[in-house]
Ligand binder design. Structure first.
Ligand SMILES: Cc1ncc(COP(=O)(O)O)c(C=O)c1O
Length: 274
């Protein structure tokens, strides 16, 4: 989307502990041509928003928060999506709040931006046949909206269930040799879209779990600077040491609101025996 908007993508490394963007790396990447910062609240954990907002203020940059994995997560008690000028949400079926097909939303407190974004999404106008700008067709499908409206009231309870499940994984896994359980930064309320551990023999561990019927995922096998689409940037591992280090070690364990304790104990036991 950055490229589509006519801008140049500049990546910044993750912090090595929380998987979220490293404010120091953001600051180091700023040039006179920088216009904004897009922190991702990855896996359901808020990025370090105080530091990011301070950098943005200092350099007069906008911030757009990517809340796709972090519905209702909080930083210092304040909900993500309320720090930047706007925030984006995904309601892809697997998300903490998921539709039955693709869906998403943008939120903002800025009335002018809200109007512009609404126009963009509706063929460039707010009133039928009055196309004030060249837009696209990106309306939220009515059926998906109805499904999301029915599910929305349950989101806080589903997040709490994920938080309880994360505690069980933490307690069961944190003493196991070679397993690094997720680190949650100070003052951050994680909503556990994903529970992602690190392990030096990640692929063998994944194969072990998968062979015993436990599905795992790698989110993500290739960090963004190294994906083919950005080969033009010629990213080198030493520019993004944490993301590069983590991409071969991360493994997401089963995590969803309905997971049972028994299922989790089975996963923990399989990791232990491995
Ligand atoms: C962090 C993050 N950003 C953006 C997206 C894109 O969302 P969508 O697939 O709904 O376009 C996703 C999920 O796919 C995501 O996890």
């Amino acid at each position: 989307m950055i490229t589509r908007a006519g801008a140049t993508v500049v990546f910044a490394d993750s912090d090595g502990a929380t998987f979220t963007i490293d404010p120091a790396a953001v600051e180091a990447a700023i040039t006179p041509r920088t216009v904004g910062i897009i922190p991702v609240h990855l896996y359901g954990q808020p990025a370090e928003m105080d530091a990011i907002m301070a950098i943005a203020a200092k350099h007069k940059l906008w911030v757009i928060e990517d809340c796709a994995q972090a519905h209702l997560a909080r930083y210092k008690g304040r909900q993500v999506g309320t720090f930047g000028v706007a925030a984006t949400y995904s309601f892809y079926p697997g998300k903490n709040l998921g539709a039955m097909g693709d869906a998403g939303a943008v939120v903002t407190n800025d009335g002018t931006l809200a109007e512009q974004m609404t126009m963009l999404a509706r063929h460039g106008g707010l009133v039928k046949h009055q196309h004030r700008i060249e837009g696209i067709n990106s309306r939220l499908d009515g059926l998906q909206a109805a499904i999301l409206s029915a599910k929305l009231p349950h989101l806080p309870a589903w997040n709490r269930a994920r938080q309880a499940a994360a505690k069980i994984y933490d307690a069961g896994l944190n003493q196991i040799e070679d397993v690094v359980v997720p680190t949650v930064g100070a003052d951050r309320t994680h909503v556990w879209h994903l529970y992602t551990i690190k392990h030096p023999r990640r692929d063998a561990l994944a194969a072990h779990l998968n062979s015993r019927g436990v599905q795992t995922a790698i989110n993500y096998p290739t960090a963004l600077p190294f994906v083919e689409a950005y080969s033009r940037l010629k990213a080198r591992p030493e520019q993004f040491p944490n993301a590069h280090h983590d991409q071969s070690r991360i493994l997401s364990l089963p995590m969803f609101a309905e997971i049972t304790r028994e299922q989790q104990f089975e996963v923990i036991e399989l990791v232990r025996t491995f």
